[in-house]
Design a binder for this molecule. Structure first.
Ligand code: NAI
Ligand code: PYR
Length: 315
């Protein structure tokens, strides 16, 4: 991965794709960004719109609408193309339609000679990440889904609000499917160096374990509530994608809950799911194994089984 001319190929210039692009521009997170969409006119319009904001940013980013061949020398190809949920639909309802979309994308991207890292946001993201790995033939450490990165950010925000502390000092994760079977392993949640379970058990605590369960429910329901209110969610995921991109470009070795291939970790094999991973310029350096309780271990196994079944449904 180069650090002198960091290049991203962005496929899908809809709400999610352009929120990512806008956030990348504002954080000056790469030098070159090529926008690709089935709707070429839209990609061209988006490139013009972003370029017209460049003079107000500290960035010299090169932004243009392009073709799949432009991915040849990209370091990251981010995929946000496909259909999104309508009110009442689950993420898994989108699977077959988005697999067809991915067939039309992954083949020309790999044919371009692209040899970087895939970053997938399209839903259902865990299964679409597995589909990307299959179709591209890339090593799994270079195929990353956004997984539960956004859910984890939602959790930290809500916990921060409830405990009235800075979310950046909260170390807690949402793991499993980015979807209805995701969950929070509370045994692993910390505020600074203190266990959140211990904090809520204390006599002085303003909140109890039931409040934590309500928060994890609210995190799980967030996408449904936002889609009901404004038809789609996009700013949060755009920022989550930028955070992941920065961890890769910066060779940060940061821990983020992305969708990665489990290869024996948590007793699971051959499934992509949201788990804390160390990310650096080579992609997923390592999946971190949390010290889960028996119940949390079972919940993760159930969530992985749902993802396996959905994938089998494609065959
Ligand atoms: N992973 C996550 O946490 C989140 C994922 N999403 C997902 O992101 C995806 C995109 O959502 P939105 O941007 O809201 O949808 P959108 O409808 O605004 O944009 C989709 C874009 O994909 C393009 N497209 C469709 N088929 C294509 C193809 N074959 N080749 C190239 N481009 C193609 C469309 O022209 C459109 O510009 C959805 O699957 C959605 O569920 C949304 C929010 C959060
Ligand atoms: C739509 C979606 O996946 C989310 O906002 O979590």
């Amino acid at each position: 991965m180069r650090i002198d001319n960091r290049k991203v190929g962005l496929i899908g210039t809809g709400m999610v794709g352009m929120s990512y692009a806008y956030s990348m521009l504002n954080q000056n997170a790469c030098e070159e960004l090529v926008l690709i969409d089935l709707d070429k006119k839209r990609a061209e319009g988006e490139a013009m719109d972003l370029n017209h904001g460049l003079a107000f940013s500290g960035s010299h980013m090169k932004i243009y609408a392009g073709e799949y061949e432009d991915c040849a020398d990209a370091d990251i190809v981010a995929i946000c193309a496909g259909v999104a949920q309508k009110p009442g639909e689950t993420r898994l309802d989108l699977l077959k339609r988005n697999r067809e979309v991915f067939r039309s994308i992954i083949e020309p991207v790999t044919a371009s000679g692209f040899s970087g890292i895939f970053l997938v946001a399209t839903n259902p993201v865990d299964v679409m990440t597995r589909v990307t790995c299959d179709l591209s033939g890339f090593p799994p450490e270079r195929v990353i889904g956004t997984g539960t990165a956004l859910d984890t950010a939602r959790l930290r925000y809500m916990l921060g609000e409830t405990l009235r502390v800075d979310p950046r000092n909260i170390h807690a994760y949402v793991i499993g499917e980015h979807g209805d079977s995701e969950f929070v392993p509370w045994s692993q949640a910390m505020f600074a160096t203190r266990s959140i379970e211990e904090i809520v058990a204390g006599d002085e605590s303003p909140i109890r374990m039931e409040d934590l369960e309500r928060i994890s429910e609210e995190v799980r329901e967030s996408a449904y509530r936002i889609i009901e209110a404004k038809r789609a969610t996009y700013y949060g995921i755009g920022m989550a994608m930028t955070r992941i991109t920065r961890a890769l470009f910066g060779n940060e070795n940061s821990v983020l809950t992305v969708s990665a291939l489990l290869n024996g970790e948590y007793g699971q094999r051959g499934v992509f799911a949201g788990v804390p991973c160390i990310l650096n310029q080579n992609g997923v350096r390592r999946v971190l194994e949390l010290d889960l309780t028996d119940t949390e271990w079972e919940k993760l196994a159930e969530s992985c089984e749902i993802l396996r079944e959905s994938y089998r449904g494609l065959e």
